[in-house]
Design a protein around this ligand. Structure first.
Ligand code: FPP
Length: 257
């Protein structure tokens, strides 16, 4: 299992109305391209251009960790030409963006089986992780060849290889074997392009995440939409499975979660 470097020690953050960690399912690049009668890869290129302003808006708002879902374990079944074009694009993004992210103190971490990306791309990912490993301003996780089920399965295998007593396995112990060990769970998952599903993204970590879905396609998503998502998050009452202290007078049955 690829092991990203330990996450930077980010300072404690007590503003519960602000997510500490946001996960983003960047969807809709293909539809964006189709609307313009352009090839799908043009949508992915436009999707790459959307990333920087979104990361900047998250960090300007005080969000410590952003996790982008760039390529899932299921995305390999896309047409070979699209997969190859995406791999090339990931390499270009690393070449073009890492220095600036590093200059801004961002730690870059890859979540997923990067070894399967091919040795050149895997090496670029590794170099970006090493270069930025000591940065402490904020953390950018890129989920690439990532699937929540594969992550959990591999974590259990790893614990078995370490001879852990799996009959006594505790949730915290499993959490520490995931790519996100040491990081706060995502408080907010944003999904663009309208679908209302989690698509194998951070399955374990998103147990109590708030979910915000917008119809806006990823290439059109920007700082304005980040503001809308954060404002909506601030209005949510998070119960974590418990009953809130002072329910409104007309509260009916206890909430499930
Ligand atoms: C989903 O749109 C998007 C992807 C599978 C790829 C997302 C990748 C990028 C934006 C590049 C990011 C790169 C890095 C390194 C962070 P879709 O193709 O499923 O769109 P559709 O549902 O409209 O067809």
């Amino acid at each position: 299992m690829h092991r990203p470097p330990p996450p930077a020690a980010i300072p404690p953050h007590k503003q519960t109305e602000l997510p500490r960690h946001i996960g983003i399912i960047m969807d809709g690049n293909g539809r964006w391209a189709r609307q313009r009668h352009r090839p799908r890869i043009a949508g992915h290129r436009a999707g790459v251009r959307a990333i920087r302003p979104v990361i900047e808006a998250c960090h300007a708002a005080g969000v410590d960790v952003v996790t982008l879902y760039a390529f899932s374990t299921e995305n390999w079944s896309r047409p070979r030409t699209e997969v190859l074009a995406l791999m090339r694009l990931f390499g270009e993004v690393i070449d073009n963006e890492v220095d600036e992210l590093h200059a801004n103190g961002i730690q870059i971490r890859a979540l997923g089986e990067t070894d399967a990306l091919g040795s050149r791309l895997a090496e670029k990912v590794h170099q970006a992780e090493v270069l930025t490993a000591n940065n402490t301003t904020a953390i950018l996780n890129v989920a690439i060849n990532y699937g929540g089920r594969a992550e959990i399965t591999e974590a259990v295998r790893e614990l078995a290889r370490q001879d852990a007593d799996l009959t006594q396995l505790q949730p915290d112990q499993l959490g520490r074997a995931l790519y996100t060990a040491g990081l706060p769970d995502p408080d907010l998952i944003i999904r663009t392009a309208g679908e209302r599903r989690i698509s194998n993204f951070l399955l374990w970590q998103a147990a109590y995440a708030e979910i915000w879905v917008t119809d806006v396609l990823w290439p059109d998503f920007g700082a304005h939409e980040v503001g809308l998502a954060l404002a909506d998050f601030a209005s949510r009452v998070r119960r974590f499975g418990q009953v809130v202290e002072s329910p409104p007078a007309d509260d009916k049955a206890p909430a499930r979660a």
